[in-house]
Design a protein around this ligand. Sequence first.
Ligand code: SF4
Length: 113
Amino acid sequence: MNTEGNAPQDHPGLVPQRRRFLTLLAACGTAAIALPALADVVPLPETDPTAQALGYKADATQVDTAKFPKHTPQQQCANCNFFQGTGASGPCQLFPGKAVNAKGWCSAYAAKA
Ligand code: SF4
């Protein structure tokens, strides 16, 4: 196999270019890992089509009780079986990649077992 001309010393500019490429590659990998974590914190807007269909309100006191008569003041995302957060907001299994308000509510509410 002829490797003549492929050694870095034959092309002194390649070593810094390779180092820069590897640095950029590492930076891209770090960004790719961080992006899903950022996506988890996107708040669910009430205007989201699925949220509208389920009557989601970020503030459960604003639920239209005429439209959703089974809603009670005690029902909130924080004590719903689909809520996976621990703070003021967090992920809901029904809205992947979005965070719902712990004091919110939607018609898919199911009390934690
Ligand atoms: Fe909140 Fe539960 Fe509806 Fe998710 S399913 S938005 S946690 S009430």
